[in-house]
Ligand binder design. Structure first.
Ligand code: ADP
Ligand code: MG
Length: 453
């Protein structure tokens, strides 16, 4: 259990940073030691340690000060996972002792074995990195795990391949089982669902099939777009959906697109899928991609220098699955030859079949953004405050941050400004708005595409 001081500090930080930042960087910290000279903050891993030291130290200094603590020095220390407090997904357990949690896990693994259908334990909230692009989906999934069948029903996550849909929807199932080992959680891909149904028809067991799915507490159906064009299945699924929904049982779906864009999806299903909450998942930004690479390397107990991490995150922008694949390729190469990964090796292993990172300059980004919105460069750089100039300026700042990783003062200078707080606000604003505004996202994606073309 965290000390009252630390609870107060985290509580304040939670209010002052974005949710994604809070969950990724702050949530799992703890107070290890506190004297007049020194405060030691416990962190789960080297990457979080580096980020806190580099980027967030001042937040701790200020927040501690607000709470009457003004040490001469703050240090960050990596502490073992077991001693950290349990995660948000285990609200009932978080104030219990460690042994209770372990016992619960054992029970979850045994009793519910027959219900742990299709779920892979590898997918948890703990090993999912939260950042732009998946923040909202993550929050909704956590909320469902804490309270299934209650708020977002059905939940639909949609987005391109390899960006973590399966990971998140399975994590919900695993978390629910952890809290309630007796819950009947069913995970199934749409293809399996179709196949089982066809078999049930063949062996005249459609009643068993229907009962099996209609008595679930939580039904998770992955890649629902594959239901397109299959009338009988759609009919069956319609009844399953209704039975579960009426009984307040949780339904979680994933799809590569919105239901309205799935061809030949019956209208009644389309409308039902839209009853709850649909959340669009995007490929994470540079910072999040770095965090993913670092943490995956760490799971393999390999330390990757920052330049290698950044090389991977810069070069593999398609999706997380490819990013993971590239990392594994690099690690395997190094392991077989007993090499320590470095930038040269990364470039030679991954560079050969991928385009080399294009060296982008701040100037190119600003010019490209101005051009995209057809505003004169001198206006973007100048003092005008008209909306049609301010927004492109903010977007340019956002791209400078996400692609070049520039500091806020530097971003301000690149745009001819003195005050860097405007840059901070601009980047945050675009980050926030791009989550809900798809035309903004498209604009950013188009600008980036041209930049890297
Ligand atoms: P999708 O279902 O959207 O095609 P997956 O859930 O299968 O994508 O994700 C592809 C791979 O990337 C998986 O191994 C998953 O664990 C990993 N992954 C995706 N997003 C994240 C993330 N934010 N943090 C950690 N791993 C991730
Ligand atoms: Mg998937």
């Amino acid at each position: 259990m965290n000390s009252p001081l630390w609870q107060a500090v985290l509580g304040e930080i939670e209010l002052s940073v974005s949710r994604g930042n809070y969950i990724t960087w702050f949530k799992n910290t703890q107070l290890v030691q506190q004297t007049d000279e020194l405060v030691i903050i416990g962190v789960p891993n080297i990457f979080i340690k580096q980020q806190l030291e580099k980027k967030f130290n001042s937040i701790f200094v200020e927040t501690l000060k607000k709470n009457g603590v003004t040490p001469e020095k703050i240090e960050y220390k990596i502490v073992a996972t077991e001693s950290r407090k349990s995660t948000e997904t285990e609200p009932i357990l978080s104030h219990e002792s460690k042994t209770v949690i372990t016992q619960q896990k054992v029970i979850a693994n045994t009793i519910s074995q027959s219900y742990r259908q299709g779920l892979n334990e590898r997918y948890t909230f703990d090993n999912f990195i939260v950042g732009s692009g998946n923040e909202l989906a993550f929050a909704a999934c956590q909320s469902i795990a804490a309270n299934p069948g209650f708020r977002y029903n059905p939940l639909l996550l949609y987005g391109g391949v390899g960006i973590g849909k399966t990971h998140l929807i399975q994590a919900v199932g695993n978390a629910i089982l952890l809290n309630n080992p007796d819950a009947k959680v069913l995970y199934i891909t749409t293809e399996q669902f179709v196949q089982e149904f066809v078999e049930a028809l063949r062996f005249r067991k459609t009643n068993d099939f229907a009962t099996h799915y209609r008595t679930a507490d939580v039904l998770i159906v992955d890649d629902i777009q594959f239901i397109a064009g299959k009338e009988k299945i759609q009919e069956e699924f319609f009844h399953t959906f209704n039975a579960l929904h009426q009984a307040n049982k949780q339904i979680i779906l994933s799809s590569d697109r919105l239901p309205k864009d799935i061809p030949t999806l019956e209208e009644r299903l389309q409308s039902r899928f839209a009853w709850g909450m649909s959340i669009d998942m995007q490929n994470p930004d540079f910072e999040t991609r770095c965090a993913i690479v670092q943490i995956k390397a760490q799971v393999n107990e390999i330390y990757l220098p920052n330049d290698v991490v950044e090389f991977l995150a810069t070069n593999i922008q398609t999706n997380v699955r490819e990013l993971e694949g590239a990392l594994n390729q690099l690690l395997a190469f190094c392991e077989m030859r007993s090499l320590t990964p470095n930038l040269d090796i990364a470039a030679s292993v991954l560079g050969s079949n991928r385009s080399r990172p294009k060296h982008l300059s701040a100037k190119q980004i600003i010019e490209r953004t101005a051009k995209h919105f057809q505003v004169p460069l001198e206006d973007i750089m100048g003092p005008k405050r008209d909306k049609d100039i301010v927004v492109p300026r903010q977007i340019a700042m956002y791209i400078l941050r996400s692609e070049l990783h520039l500091s806020f003062p530097k971003i301000a200078r690149e745009l001819g400004r003195k005050d860097h707080t405007t840059a901070i606000h601009s980047v945050e604003k675009i980050e926030r708005e791009s989550q809900i505004d798809s035309s903004l996202r498209t604009a950013i994606a188009e600008i980036k595409e041209r930049l890297y073309a």
